[in-house]
Design a protein around this ligand. Structure first.
Ligand code: OAD
Length: 245
């Protein structure tokens, strides 16, 4: 049964000219990065409004940075898994391939994906609100919390899109364009409830794409998916990869 679905997914990918993949926290779960929702999700233990909003940062930058410093420490210890590696291989295999992620952990680039549209930013970068300068920062733990801008001395913030903030227009526009133009869109490990990311598969479906969902649990997208693969990204993606050979 799952074998048939894997073959159907591989056939769809083989005959597609343009392929887009959208990933969420679920693809990093097998690496050991906590997801946001679900039994062990971060939003079960923490309130997003205390930690992931501009208001929270204005109120208590130290608390917000302590939380990011803790998450950076967790992520620094883990490695990309077979799911990330499989997608990095697809980038090399398919000439017209776009990877869009909601993740900020940097595990796709670490697995070898070169062109990644990071919708929600990058936990390994800081941004100076005064200057707008974005800098890579890989210190674990951070030597100073909250960290300061080396140029102007002001507080820097995580280069992350928080609740209530707009996505980088260039990144979301590129993601929409790729989604609309795709023949196949594979949606991996996302609860598909946070917009505008959740609208991308809908745009792809409207544009006539075959939607393949990889997720152990149903999501609001499941009803629209043409092929639903109920399983873990780190198991399903390598099986599709094998079926492609
Ligand atoms: P969620 O935590 O909302 O959802 C994770 C999804 O991954 C769920 O649907 C799980 O069923 C699925 N999942 C769990 N383990 C998996 C596995 N091994 N393989 C495949 N799927 C698995 O994470 P996102 O959808 O990414 O935003 O959340 C979207 C956004 O909400 C995040 O980017 C973050 C959060 O608040 C910001 O921080 C701006």
């Amino acid at each position: 049964m799952i074998g048939d679905l894997i073959r159907r997914a591989a056939d769809a990918l083989r005959s597609a000219r343009r392929i887009t993949v959208l990933t969420g926290a679920g693809i990093s779960a097998e690496s050991g990065v906590p997801t946001f929702r679900g039994a062990e999700g971060l939003w079960r233990s923490f309130r997003a409004e205390d930690l992931a909003t501009p208001e929270a940062f204005a109120r208590d930058p130290k608390l917000v940075w302590e939380w990011y410093d803790w998450r950076r420490g967790l992520i620094a210890k883990v490695r990309p898994n077979a799911g990330h590696v499989g997608l990095a291989r697809w980038e090399a295999r398919f000439p017209d391939f776009v990877l869009i992620t909601q993740n900020v952990d940097g595990l796709h680039p670490l697995a070898g994906s070169k062109a990644v549209l990071e919708l929600h930013g990058d936990i390994w970068k800081t941004r100076c609100p005064a200057e707008g300068t974005v800098r890579e920062n890989k210190d674990v733990p951070l030597p100073e919390i909250p960290p300061r801008c080396p140029a102007c001395g002001g507080l820097v913030r995580p280069h992350i899109v928080w609740f209530g903030e707009a996505l980088d227009p260039a990144v979301i526009q590129a993601a929409y364009a790729a989604s609309r133009a795709s023949d196949v869109m594979v949606v991996v490990g996302t609860s598909a409830i946070v917009y505008p990311a959740a609208a991308l598969p809908l745009a792809a479906a409207e544009g006539g794409a075959t939607i393949i969902e990889i997720n152990p649990d149903p999501t609001p997208l499941s009803e629209q998916a043409h092929i639903t693969l109920r399983g873990k990204a780190g198991e399903i993606l390598p099986l599709i990869d094998q079926a492609l050979d």
